[in-house]
Design a protein around this ligand. Structure first.
Ligand code: NBP
Length: 483
């Protein structure tokens, strides 16, 4: 009887397409699904004529796998992953491997790694990006977990992953425990930011410049051949050409209420936990939250006054400014995402390969872009690069875009158009390049009202001082009351 190279549980959109992708690359895959009838539907439908082996029970499924057994879960993140792990463990032997390819939260992956290690089972938590199309023809794959398992799955994963022009796969080992899912979370957070930046450009084009959908489509189409060449810009151009059944623009019929599944929020929480100013992704998440307050916004729009957008000036140069705002803000967003990965790597003792991560995102995934090859080059040139903005290329690009970026934010503000991500990116840039911020006043105030103490510019760091600001306070400083 043919034994399968790998088994996959979870025959929804991602699972089915990954199985077909593995099959195309010569692997024999055994499949199982909670609702067993979906196994039969898959074998009789998309998997007809392939080498895929179906199983109707977990026992049967496990019995069809070569050793060490490789079992990949592509089920809904959360409890279903734990439930399957619990059911699988008694059926597996020491040295077998469980791989979770869903969008699991990285602390869950770390917990699962620790639990399974004690049982002798290897665990991989891997981010997979690219949606249905990517899963079928080459996703970006970001595996982390027990490094001992990596040699056993490396070839399959790198075979099915997307490839860049040089043929390198968009899949490499990320790091221990939850590192793979952490990097996937950052990818998703950056995706939130990229999408919001595109939306801000759209609102300026539509409401300030009064551009038609065809003009907007052409503009994004032309941007897709420049520094912003990327999947998201490419599909944005497509969206502006898609007609509804009645021949009108479909986009105009879509309700302006954004959904979210939580990975952007997780990124924001991780940034707050570590004290890293990942402001752009944070604003992108909040922009979705604000969009979801549709009824309240409709009411407020009738009461709250602001300028009516109008445009006087050179349209082409304003469009160029928007391009520069988008490009510069995108650089800030990636710089912030990398800052967060660097801090998380310190906290968790992961050795992240930052250039390798850019390569993994270079193809197959939603944020794939030409731009990522520049990030790869920056880390190849200097693997210890502290901040992307300090790389000569990115520093130069931001510099070149600066005037247009500032003019865009200023114009949007004067015209009453919200540009939370363009604006926060610019504020971050101005804050990051500021040798002296007004935090001296902040510290003075904290010490005034709460005796929180402050450090002095004329004394070594780490020495703390308290002033009796009013002459009526005492000499005692606070040690536990924090604001
Ligand atoms: P879904 O996230 O919709 O999950 C469907 C699968 O989970 C089915 O096999 C379903 O079994 C199983 N499942 C559910 Br739902 N609840 C279960 C439970 N309580 N116990 C056992 N099995 C359960 O599928 P997907 O969209 O293919 O995504 C799979 C994973 O990949 C998810 O973690 C997702 O976040 C991630 N992901 C998705 C995309 C995408 O574009 N869709 C991209 C990247 C990553 P059933 O058939 O019996 O209901």
């Amino acid at each position: 009887m043919t034994q399968a190279d790998i088994g996959l549980i979870g025959l929804a959109v991602m699972g089915q397409n990954l199985v077909l992708n593995m099959n195309d690359h010569g692997y024999t895959v055994a499949v199982f699904n909670r609702t067993a009838s979906k196994v039969d539907d898959f074998l009789a439908g998309p998997a007809k004529g392939t080498k895929v082996i179906g199983a109707h029970t977990l026992n049967e499924f496990v019995s069809k796998l070569k050793t060490p057994r490789r079992v990949m879960l592509m089920v809904k993140a959360g409890d279903p992953v734990d439930q399957f792990i619990e059911m699988l463990v008694p059926l597996l032997d020491r040295g077998d491997i469980i791989i979770d390819g869903g969008n699991s939260h990285y602390p869950d992956t770390t917990r699962r790694c620790q639990t399974l290690k004690s049982k002798g089972i290897y665990f991989i938590g891997t981010g997979i990006s690219g949606g249905e199309e990517g899963a079928r023809h080459g996703p970006s794959i970001m595996p982390g977990g027990h490094p001992e398992a990596w040699p056993h799955i490396k070839k399959i994963f790198q075979d099915i992953a997307a490839k860049v022009e040089t043929g390198e796969p968009c899949c490499d080992w990320v790091g221990d425990e939850g590192a793979g899912h952490y990097v996937k979370m950052i990818h998703n957070g950056i995706e939130y930011g990229d999408i919001q930046l595109i939306c801000e450009a759209y609102q300026l084009m539509k409401d300030v410049l009064g551009m038609t959908s065809d003009e907007i489509a052409d503009t994004f189409g032309s941007w897709n051949t420049k520094e912003l060449d990327s999947y998201l810009i490419e599909i944005t151009a497509d969206v502006f050409r898609k007609q509804d059944v009645d021949g009108t623009l479909l986009l105009d019929q879509i309700l302006d209420v954004a959904g979210q599944k939580g990975t952007g929020k997780w990124t924001g929480i991780s940034a707050l936990d570590r004290g890293v100013p990942v402001t752009l992704i944070g604003e992108a998440v909040f922009a979705r939250c604000l969009s979801a307050m549709k009824d309240e916004r409709v009411q407020a729009s009738k009461k709250l006054k602001g300028p009516s957008p109008h445009f006087k000036g050179d349209r082409q140069s304003f469009l160029k400014n928007i391009f520069q705002a988008l490009y510069a803000s995108k650089i800030i967003s990636y710089a912030q995402g990398y800052m967060l990965m660097r801090e998380a790597a310190k906290d968790y003792h992961w050795k992240l390969n930052y250039g390798g991560i850019a390569l993994m995102w270079r193809g197959g995934c939603i944020i794939r872009s030409v731009f990522l090859s520049k990030i790869k080059q920056a880390f190849d040139k200097n693997p210890n690069l502290y901040n992307l903005l300090l790389d000569d290329f990115f520093n130069g690009e931001v510099n070149q875009c600066q005037t247009g970026w500032r003019e865009t934010v200023a114009a949007a503000t004067m015209q009453g158009i919200p540009v939370p991500c363009f604006a926060t990116a610019l504020s971050f840039y101005d804050g990051y390049r500021c040798a002296r911020l007004p935090a001296n006043l902040l510290q003075a105030l904290r010490d005034y009202f709460g005796a929180h103490t402050y450090e002095r510019v004329d004394k070594p760091r780490g020495e703390f001082f308290h002033t009796n600001w009013t002459g009526t306070g005492g000499k005692v400083s606070a040690s536990s009351y924090s604001v």
